[in-house]
Design a protein around this ligand. Structure first.
Ligand code: H2U
Ligand code: ZN
Length: 356
């Protein structure tokens, strides 16, 4: 087969695969399939009007949780150790390699899990909170990262939010989770290795260089402010996937100054508002921050960022399933990253609930 040159301009005319330089994985992009009619219809799913306080919610102020502990009457944010933690503090390392052939291998894993309530209000989401209120959440997440990261058995602090029943979220009360691990989990591990390799090879930072390219191209940027850029990455897998990256080379939440933290709150509000406005629903997603590992090294190669992975594709009810080819071979998408970015750019930053 002859080798032709692909250009960015002609990329969207035929199926191709794109590389995620943070993980080393490829995504198959089939742009012509997206020419199937886009109806962009609004199908609001029927949901009960949320209440500001739910006496049966285990996260609302003053309520009792599943194991009998009562929440304080908090008025801003509230964090507690998960009553059903997936990780528990580690006593000592332990490893199994049965028959020493690397076939039955296990290691003891230690750590701790926390639950973070973003607001005392049961009916709010990040999109509906003020920038000041979200800044208080960012401050709390930074403090928790610092505190958990300094524990002797913790080397990675993963913060995430599951929004919406579609993502398996058990409670609409605005909250996130923090899992602090002894080992670096798979996704940040891949990013750690590839950011380090890039820095060693190019003597610069992978995401600093990537943001520079995107800042010139502009076509994948959704919104930005002085400290953060939200864009649909070139290698996006999920239809409206977004990479939120610090414009400065910061390694984690704790190293962000107050202006950067308030800009992070600003971009979180603006991005989640755009998401909600896309189909005029409370948009489901899984999001999480990727920070440098906490084991004591400086990790100059790390560039602080967040990933948003929303499952919705064409409407409030049509979701993308990662099945078949995706489970067995590689992720695939029809709508291009450029199209998704354009669509997200076109929606308003005023929440639809305020426009009715
Ligand atoms: P979701 O973010 O997936 O909804 O999970 C909420 C977490 O809250 C979940 O990990 C914890 C669950 O273990 N939880 C408590 O810690 N206490 C409770 O009383 C109920 C739920
Ligand atoms: Zn609640």
């Amino acid at each position: 087969m002859t080798l032709e040159t692909l250009t960015l301009e002609t990329l969207n005319r035929s199926p191709h695969r794109r590389l995620n330089p943070l993980t080393g994985e490829w995504v198959l992009v089939s742009p012509e399939r997206a020419e199937r009619p886009w109806r962009g219809q609004v199908e609001r799913s029927a949901s009960a009007k949320p209440v500001a306080y739910d006496p049966n919610c285990y996260l609302c102020p003053g309520n009792e949780r599943a194991r009998g502990v009562r929440n304080p009457n908090y008025s801003t944010t509230f964090v507690f150790t998960n009553d059903f933690s997936a990780l528990t503090p580690q006593v000592a390392d332990a490893r199994l390699d049965y028959c020493e052939r690397g076939l039955l291998v296990a290691e003891r894993e230690g750590g701790t899990c926390r639950v973070v309530c973003f607001s005392p209000r049961h009916d709010l989401t990040l999109a509906q909170m003020s920038v000041e209120e979200i800044t208080a959440v960012v401050d709390l997440l930074a403090a928790e990262s610092g505190q958990l990261g300094s524990l002797p058995d913790v080397n990675y602090v993963q913060i995430f939010e599951n929004r919406g029943e579609m993502m398996g979220c058990s409670n609409p009360h605005p909250h996130g989770q923090i899992w602090a691990n002894h080992t670096i989990p798979n996704e940040p591990r891949k990013e750690q290795d590839l950011q380090l390799a890039y820095t060693q090879k190019h003597k610069s930072c992978l995401l600093c260089d990537y943001l520079e390219l995107e800042g010139t191209a502009k076509e994948r940027i959704v919104c930005e402010n002085a400290h953060f850029t939200a864009l649909v990455p070139f290698w996006a897998v999920w239809p409206f996937e977004v990479l939120l990256a610090s414009k400065n080379h910061a390694r984690d939440l704790l190293s962000l100054d107050q202006l950067a933290r308030s800009d992070l709150a600003d971009i979180l509000k603006r991005l989640t508002t755009r998401y909600d406005n896309l189909f005029e629903i409370s948009f489901p997603y899984s999001m999480g921050f990727h920070q440098a590992p906490t084991g004591g090294e400086t990790h100059e190669e790390w560039h602080f960022h967040a990933h948003f992975y929303p499952p919705l594709l064409r409407s409030a009810t049509v979701r993308k399933f990662m099945v078949g080819y995706e489970m067995l071979a590689a992720p695939q998408r029809d709508i291009t990253a450029e199209w998704a970015a354009r669509t997200l750019r076109q929606v308003s930053e005023t929440h639809y609930s305020l426009r009715r």
